[in-house]
Design a protein around this ligand. Sequence first.
Ligand code: DX5
Ligand code: ZN
Length: 220
Amino acid sequence: MSGGALIAPSILSADFARLGEQVRAVDEAGADWIHLDVMDGHFVPNITFGPEVVRAIRRHSAKCFDTHLMISPVDAYLEAFAAAGADRIIVHAEATTHLDRTLQAIGALGKAAGVALNPATSEAVVEHVLDRVDLVLVMTVNPGFGGQRFIQSQLEKIRRLRTMIGGRAIRIEVDGGITPETAPLAIEAGASVLVAGSAVFGSPPYDRAIAALRSGDRSG
Ligand code: DX5
Ligand code: ZN
């Protein structure tokens, strides 16, 4: 079903020793956006990369760099990621005390802003900041690692968000455990952007992996 979902491969599952090449490969294979998972070993129990790596891979793709910051505190780093080439900056509602202020700061840097919600966080936390975002990211695993199992209870959260968003131009993105089997469930609930790490980088050829997620074709 759907046909229209955007696919954002997460480079968390790429070969970090040849990151530029891998970004170019998924770009050419039909990725709509490139999803960048930034982890600090504090907000989440894993460490990935910082703004200098974003800057280094920027010249390998002109597609939207969908930058998912799993770092706390986050405010002090927004400018560095904006300068490095992030197009959208997504912060966790749980990682900042003053979410509205953080989103205003992203907007002042000229970047699109998104809010990510951990599985245990209610969609209600974004209700009063919807006019500052163009995307809400529903984590369908607990953030920190690729290759985890999709948490089904998040489908209800996606449905409630869809209703809350109404006619606003705000996308719902899902991240974690997305496969050709779970993608149609997320799309049906109201998601229109699918992040996928292992289902793309762990399932070459990348063009077929991306097409299987986009079409929701379970035989993928
Ligand atoms: C998890 C990250 C995800 C991760 C998804 O903390 O935010 O983007 O890379 O990996 P998969 O698709 O393998 O579940
Ligand atoms: Zn992510």
